[in-house]
Design a protein. Structure first.
Length: 425
């Protein structure tokens, strides 16, 4: 199949993230031509990384958001040239992939020669329409992946759709005038379509966000980035367990670092903690009431002052680095290796965020010994190790520095006001 891809890219920090390069590299064997349309500036280093997995790069302003990028990409390829493709995929940077092989989905949908377009996922009907004075928002393919076949590419109505697109200047405009409209518009003039993972297989109207682990289990190769920075209250109402997302990705063989190294620049710190499930209560090894604890237990609490911050990025970077350090050293800090997670908060320096557990509302009481410190990665064998408040458990040397140093240097473990709270079971 002669397949082309128009890949929309945007990064508010003008970076080409590792997950984007990874996704493009995985798509390269499945497309004869890949055009990257970047709505943000791309420096020489970023351009070199993209060029390794694409044929062309079109750099433009962020006018029209994703809709403007797709239209610019189609115009760049040339309306007359579009009919040369058997299939042209309009996709973007809003997901991590592949968490499952592309081959299965592309082969399955490729066998359907009677359709004009197909999508990876879809959104169910919403009543009433959230944006317009209409009774309902129709069921529709989600715009992060729309594959258009030759019969629609060659239809003058396809070009007309893009050239008569209303102005798009917000996320809401994009949903209203493109994503929720595309499917209904073209089926209304006689075209047919298919969805690789239709919404009626699932319990929610938006499984890409609300049932991501179920989609992955069914073979979907995509994990939406929004699942990590969407409103945590919405996710909670939909019974989305944050930790399941990272666990599902890891079980699928997708690098956790590709996700966290990106989302740390995007999500508000508290949203990331909740949505990614970065807090955890270890209950499997908890001693019974009649048996004393064999080893001490505790939790690491990290606080980055909000005063003077120009960006949330340092806070997020510190959070993730401490979390990873705790996982690496969990074997001697806790009864179960790799199970300790840090907890953090937004405002109060003593309020410990609710921990993720099977029972809602479980909290750890902030008590015992606290130190203001920077902790390097612990080394139990270090001759300069000092005690950390737990008899017999060594820790790394403590060094003090100002929070402003971390804000400036953007280092991971530097200049954190760390409160280490230890309790014994």
């Amino acid at each position: 199949m002669n397949r082309g891809i128009v890949y929309f890219h945007f990064d508010s920090h003008h970076q080409v993230r590792d997950y984007v390069v990874h996704a493009l590299a995985s798509l390269r064997p499945h497309a004869e031509h890949i055009l990257v349309v970047s709505n943000s500036p791309v420096d020489d280093a970023g351009r070199a990384r993209l060029e390794a997995s694409c044929d062309e790069i079109l750099e433009r302003p962020n006018a029209g958001l994703d809709v403007g990028a797709y239209r610019a990409g189609l115009e760049h390829l040339g309306w007359d040239r579009l009919a040369d493709f058997d299939e042209l995929i309009l996709t973007n940077h809003t997901y991590y992939a592949p968490l499952r092989p592309w081959e299965e989905v592309l082969t399955r949908t490729g066998s359907r020669r009677d359709i004009s377009f197909w999508g990876m996922t879809e959104h169910g009907v919403m009543r009433p329409h959230p944006f317009l004075a209409k009774r309902e928002l129709p069921r529709h393919i989600q715009s992060h992946w729309i594959a258009v076949r030759r019969r629609l590419l060659a239809d003058p109505a396809f070009r007309e759709y893009w050239e008569q697109m209303p102005p798009v200047s917000s996320y809401r405009d994009s949903i209203q005038w493109h994503e929720s409209r595309f499917t209904d518009h073209f089926t209304g003039i006689g075209h047919t379509y298919e969805v690789a993972f239709p919404v009626d297989r699932y319990h929610s109207d938006n499984p890409a966000i609300e049932e991501a682990p179920a989609l992955l289990a069914d073979g979907c190769p995509l994990l939406k980035r929004r699942a990590f920075f969407h409103d945590p209250l919405h996710q909670d109402r939909q019974a989305v367990v944050g930790g399941d997302l990272l666990e599902a990705a890891a079980q699928a063989g997708y690098s956790e670092d590709l996700i966290l190294s990106d989302v740390v620049h995007t999500a508000a710190a508290r949203d990331l903690i909740v949505n990614a499930g970065l807090t955890e209560v270890v209950t499997e090894s908890a001693p019974g009431t009649s048996s004393p604890a064999q080893q001490p237990s505790g939790c690491v609490v990290v606080h980055v002052p909000a005063a003077g911050e120009g960006s949330n990025a340092p806070r997020r970077m510190v959070l993730l680095s401490v979390w990873r350090a705790c996982r690496r050293t969990g074997g001697w800090w806790s009864p179960l290796p790799n199970r300790w997670m840090p907890t953090t908060w937004s405002a109060s320096p003593v309020a410990v965020q609710r921990m993720r557990t099977g029972r809602r509302g479980t909290r750890l009481s902030p008590s015992a010994r606290c130190v203001t410190s920077i902790r390097a990665e612990p080394s139990p064998s270090s001759p300069s190790a000092t005690t950390c408040g737990i008899p017999g458990v060594p820790s790394a040397p403590v060094a003090k520095a100002s929070a402003m140093t971390a804000m400036t240097a953007m280092t991971v473990m530097a200049a954190v006001t760390a409160m280490t709270v230890w309790t014994s079971s």
